[in-house]
Design a protein around this ligand. Structure first.
Ligand code: KG4
Ligand code: ZN
Length: 351
């Protein structure tokens, strides 16, 4: 049941959209004007809560969202100098993610939508990531290939419009960000692993240890990172067993290079196979400086332009969520009391 008769749909193109994101361990809100200008973007990260466990604890994450959602939305409105009366629409992450976490943001959005009669729209978290590049100064043109590498996903899409995404490759086991997090845990470096590994890697030798690159056969656009993680575990075990000291920067650099090599190869191959001359790099792992550099270099050599998402919108944020709903907000928005979240993305299916 959609209560469309309750909606006061905005008539001008000058819509102000409130974005809300709570799919994992960031409670985030943002205000987006004219479908593109970020007026404010507030992110409350729960890293301190989960760090001691070496990864996200779902129940703790949900509870943090319950505590944080209202202050984060208030702070966003305050920063932008906007009141809720001026908000024309709400765009919220509907999935995929941790269900308990998604439910907090989604129920909050639904409550505000119903009470204030503001139309709302649920969008896919992965769509948010792969469109986040449009919030920067170097947007691509459609069609393009998008590599989304995050803590939960490593997926390649052919993107033909703001709403048409065709899955062309994905990980068969761990996500790239998950591999960074697990290797950091093995090395005792804390959570999240990506930022600390990339920092230490800059002092290491990436050719020191030959870690495996899973290519999964010619023409395959799928990924596998679990063998790489095991190889790092074996290396740590063997080194310490022989009483030798572990060169952590070298392990970080060699591991990172293995991930970067595979992501670059598969992204470029996906572009060639799908006749695209542009690649978008998005998701938390896209914040990795070595990956941004190597993919740009290799793309240039092959006549493919590489568009990394702006650094501030690589990891989870609500500006990308608002943007993902902005382009066809008027066509799709509603007030839907019975709508629900989902844990698995419908765009992650083969067409
Ligand atoms: O997109 P994101 O914030 O959340 C998910 O949707 O999963 O991605 C978080 C992931 C974590 O696994 C984190 O270790 C990784 O992104 N990450 C990085 C870097 N910064 C964050 N991985 C490699 N290098 C980085 N600089
Ligand atoms: Zn994400």
């Amino acid at each position: 049941m959609y209560l469309n008769h309750l909606i006061k749909l905005p008539t001008t193109s000058k819509m102000i959209l409130l974005g809300i994101e709570s799919s994992c361990d960031e409670t985030a809100a943002a205000l987006l004007a004219n479908g593109r200008n970020v007026l404010a973007s507030v992110i409350n990260s729960q890293i301190d809560v989960h760090a001691r466990y070496g990864g996200v604890v779902p129940e703790l994450a949900s509870r943090q969202h319950v505590r944080n959602i209202l202050p984060v939305v208030r702070e966003t409105l305050d920063q932008a100098g906007i009141t809720l009366d001026q908000v024309d629409g709400i765009v919220v992450t509907q999935g995929p993610g941790l269900v308990g976490c998604l439910l907090v943001g989604f129920s909050f959005a639904k409550a505000v939508s119903l009470v204030r009669r503001i139309p709302m729209l649920g969008v896919d978290h992965l769509a948010g990531h792969l469109l986040s590049v449009f919030l920067g100064d170097d947007p691509p043109e459609f069609p393009f290939v998008a590599m989304v590498a995050s803590g939960g996903h490593t997926s390649l899409f052919k993107v033909t419009s703001h709403t048409q995404f065709q899955l062309v490759g994905r990980t068969r086991d761990d996500a790239a960000g998950e591999a960074f997090d697990k290797v950091a845990k093995l090395l005792g470096l804390g959570y999240p692993g990506g930022p600390v590994i990339s920092r230490l890697a800059s002092d290491g030798d990436c050719e020191k240890i030959q870690f495996p690159r899973a290519r999964l056969g010619p023409g395959s656009l799928d990924f596998s990172f679990s063998g790489l993680k095991t190889a790092v575990a074996n290396h740590i075990h063997k080194t310490t067993e022989h009483g030798e000291s572990l060169n952590i920067p070298d392990v970080c650099a060699s591991f990172q290079e293995a991930v970067v090599d595979v992501i670059c190869e598969k992204s470029l191959e996906a572009a060639r196979m799908n006749q695209c001359d542009q690649i978008v790099l998005a998701g938390g792992v896209a914040a990795n400086p070595r990956l941004r550099l190597r993919l740009k270099e290799q793309g240039t050599q092959q006549g493919i332009s590489v568009h990394p998402a702006p650094l501030s919108y690589c990891t989870d944020n609500a500006a990308m969520i608002a943007y993902a709903g902005a382009n066809n907000f008027l066509a799709r928005a509603a007030i839907a009391p019975e709508s629900d979240v989902y844990s698995r993305s419908p765009i992650l299916t083969w067409s």
